[in-house]
Structures are given as C-alpha cells and as structure tokens.
Design a binder for this molecule. Structure first.
Ligand code: UP5
Ligand code: MG
Length: 196
C-alpha cells in the first residue's frame, strides 16, 4: 500500500454477474490491483493447516457469508503487501456485518470512490455459473444446490448493501447481461478518471 490513502472501488453483483471477468479487463486497461474476496477466501481455505479452512468451505458451499474479521484481514494483508494505489475489491462487502467490519478496520485507511454494480437477471447469472461448473471450474459452489443458496444470500443480504451505497450516490450501474465486450464498454466510462 502506498504512503497516500489508496483508492478503492467495490465491485458487486450476483453470482456469475461477471465481476471477475470485468475486473480482469479493468486491471489490463486501467492498472488497478484486483482483489477478489472469494479468491482470497478460497486460497486461505486451501492452505495446509489453515485455522479457518473448514469454516470457509462450509460457508462457500452453503452460499453464506464468512465472518468479516477473516475476510477483511485477508483484504488488508493483500493491500498492505502491494505498492500500488488503486484497488478493485470484488465481491465485498456483501452483508451488513461485512460493511460494519470494513468501516471499523479500513474506514480511515482508504478512499472508497464508488461501487461498480454489475446488474444481470438471476437466470443469466445462474446459467453462467452452471456452465462454468460443467466446464470443470472445480468450484465447490458451481452446482444447482449451492447456487440456489448463493442467490438467496445475494437477494437478502447483498442487495441491501448496494441500496445503502445507492442512497449515498456511490453506485455506478452497468447492464451485465450483455456480452463481455459490451459490458466492458459501459464499465470503461466509469473509470475514465483513472488513466494509467
Ligand atoms: N461470463 C462473465 N461475463 C460474461 C458475459 N458478459 N457474457 C457471458 N458470459 C460471461 O463469470 C462467471 C462466468 O460467466 C464465467 O464462466 C465467465 O466466463 C462468464 P465471473 O466473471 O467469474 O463472474 P463473478 O461475478 O465473478 O462470479 P462468481 O461466481 O465469482 O461470483 P460470486 O459472487 O458468487 O463468488 P465469489 O467468489 O465472490 O464468492 C464465493 C463465495 O465466497 C460466496 O458465496 C461466499 O460464501 C464467500 N464469500 C464471503 O463469504 N465473503 C466475501 O466477502 C466474498 C465471498
Ligand atoms: Mg468472481
């Protein structure tokens, strides 16, 4: 993390909305560092002897949300290790516990610029994840049972967080049901101020 306060953009949207895909595009074009909370949790889960491995796996399979102390520490460590100043935080904060924990731990340390909201209908999102699972993603939550639960959690817990940011006029929404390139054309408009 550089000496000045780092810039953060949260990237939110349903399971399979394309958060990871669009973050990869933003990294290439605008030089952000991509931190996926889900990827960090999967990495922590797979560490031999991880204290939290089982707990993380249970939450991922059940589509429920890992306690914020774990996720926020993984995010802060990843930011501290990095020299760059612009961070995309993908898939976080996804409930009130996440938001409260983040505000406590990171609120004074970063500037949250906006929330990129990838909006797509549920059936499109679910089908993308199911296809990815059938193609051998190896993700333990790319199956119909887990996806049902992920969608419920998204609607009940994450949508209110997006509404919270919307009330603060921090949400920048794109139509994520379109093809990858068309989605990125919309995304780019919101990152024009961050030329590499
Ligand atoms: N694809 C992408 N864009 C497309 C497009 N425009 N048109 C057609 N296809 C498109 O994309 C998903 C699939 O769709 C890919 O095959 C892609 O090629 C295709 P991806 O970019 O991976 O979408 P993304 O939104 O990143 O989907 P992901 O499955 O990663 O979203 P989730 O939010 O469900 O998963 P995440 O990894 O963030 O979280 C997993 C679990 O971890 C959570 O359910 C939870 O249990 C836990 N978690 C926490 O507890 N706390 C956290 O803070 C974060 C996660
Ligand atoms: Mg993802």
């Amino acid at each position: 993390m550089s000496a000045s306060k780092p810039n953060v953009v949260f990237v939110l949207g349903g399971p399979g909305a394309g958060k990871g895909t669009q973050c990869a595009n933003i990294v290439k074009t605008f030089g952000f560092v991509h931190l996926s909370a889900g990827d960090l949790l999967r990495e922590e889960r797979s560490k031999p002897g991880s204290e939290f491995g089982e707990l993380i796996e249970k939450h991922i399979r059940d589509g429920t949300i890992v306690p914020v102390e774990i996720t926020c520490s993984l995010l802060e460590n990843a930011m501290t290790k990095n020299e760059k100043n612009n961070f995309l935080i993908d898939g976080f904060p996804r409930n009130q516990d996440n938001l409260d924990g983040w505000t406590r731990q990171m609120g004074d340390k970063v500037n949250v610029h906006f929330v990129l909201f990838l909006e797509a209908p549920e059936d499109i999102c679910v089908n993308r994840c199911l296809s990815r699972g059938q193609a051998g993603s190896g993700r333990s939550d790319d199956n119909p049972e887990s996806l049902k639960k992920r969608v419920v959690t998204y609607n009940n817990d994450t949508m209110p967080i997006i509404s919270h940011f919307d009330k603060l006029s921090l949400v920048r929404k794109v139509d994520a049901a379109k093809g990858t390139e068309e989605v990125f054309d919309q995304v780019k408009e919101h990152f024009k101020g961050f030329v590499e």
